[in-house]
Design a protein around this ligand. Structure first.
Ligand SMILES: NC(=O)c1ccc[n+]([C@@H]2O[C@H](COP(=O)([O-])OP(=O)(O)OC[C@H]3O[C@@H](n4cnc5c(N)ncnc54)[C@H](O)[C@@H]3O)[C@@H](O)[C@H]2O)c1
Length: 305
């Protein structure tokens, strides 16, 4: 088993380090920039060496090296600059993801594919279509990152340990993300018992906007997405059957068809085992459906519906 990460920039390199720290497997870092994946590999190996971890990271510019990989992370592409939305990346990254998907199909056609490139939901759809993979084999990482932010704000506002929080974020990884207060708890106690309406509104706004704040301060988000990728890879490698929000191809679930968007799913060695359907109330459904419409529009605009 090998994990290949295509795109060795900020998020790809962090994902490689996080996979290594969890001792998941050897990692291949790929990129079109000569020297970059090799340099990152050396740096990460030195970190792992000092920790006494026998997972090895290799860097390459040659797709042949990913032959037979069991897990592939697709994180190649341009990122947001301050003031941009994820959808602003649509055209450029559709080209990159389409091109990389052909290579994945050629060299790792039995892998489980984790898509990370933004705009996440349309790119997951592009990767699914261009690889021709079955829908259990392709998922997008976005909701889990949103969830890590949601949990961090809940913990901050309530002044309780992060370990006591259980929560869920679904919907578009973008303007219509849907943190679900109603399906979240502190040690099993419904979150609504703790929060005033004002506090809930504040947490929701912060969860939605904090990525832009990170980008406007340090230029990109790095460590939280790197960790979220490793969490999904771990669920697959260790067949954990973890319930994780991922961008999944919907075929009638949540009333949506022929598109990808964030939903809770059981993740294990077969990839996406099954989707969990939540009974959304009218308010939640409105936001979820707006996400579906926007993602479908994006997919249509690139001619892929
Ligand atoms: N889904 C999420 O939650 C999430 C979170 C953070 C970032 N992202 C997205 O991930 C992507 C990467 O972000 P980053 O900050 O690591 O960017 P980055 O610019 O640091 O790295 C991107 C890398 O992709 C490489 N690349 C471009 N085209 C390629 C190709 N055809 N084959 C192989 N490599 C190629 C580039 O050379 C570069 O090294 C962006 O689209 C960003 O928006 C998604």
């Amino acid at each position: 088993m090998t994990i290949t990460i295509i795109g060795s920039g900020k998020v790809g390199a962090s994902a490689a380090l996080n996979c290594g720290l969890r001792e998941l497997d050897d990692v291949l870092l790929l990129d079109i920039v000569q020297g970059l994946p090799q340099g990152e590999a050396m740096d990460i190996n030195h970190h792992l060496s000092e920790r006494g971890i026998d997972c090895y990271v290799q860097g390459s510019n040659d797709y042949h090296d990913m032959q037979g990989s069991d897990i592939v992370v697709l994180v190649a592409g341009i990122g947001r600059r301050p003031g941009m939305t994820r959808m602003d990346l649509l055209k450029t990254n559709t080209g990159i993801v389409g091109e990389v998907a052909q290579q994945i199909r050629q060299y790792a056609n039995e892998c489980i594919l984790i898509v990370v490139t933004n705009p996440l939901d349309p790119m997951t759809f592009v990767a699914l279509k261009q690889t021709g993979f079955r829908r259990n084999m392709v998922m997008g990482m976005g909701g889990l990152l949103d969830l890590s932010r949601f949990k961090s704000f809940i913990s901050e506002v309530l002044e309780v340990s992060r370990t006591s929080i259980n929560a869920m974020v679904i919907g578009e990884h973008g303007e219509n993300m849907l943190p679900l207060i109603r399906f979240s708890s502190v040690a099993g106690i419904p979150l609504q018992e703790f929060l005033s309406d004002g506090q809930s509104g504040e947490i929701l706004e912060k969860t939605k906007n904090v990525a832009a704040q990170v980008i406007s301060t340090k230029g990109a988000t790095t460590h939280a997405p790197g960790n979220a990728i490793a969490t999904i890879a771990e669920a697959i490698i260790r067949d954990k059957k973890s319930v994780i929000p991922v961008s999944a191809f919907l075929d009638g679930e949540y009333g949506a068809h022929n598109m990808c968007i964030g939903v809770p799913a059981v993740i294990g060695s077969n990839g996406l085992d099954r989707i969990i359907e939540l009974r959304l109330n009218d308010y939640e459904k409105k936001i979820f459906d707006k996400g579906v419409i926007d993602v479908k529009e994006a997919i249509e605009s690139i001619g892929l519906n």
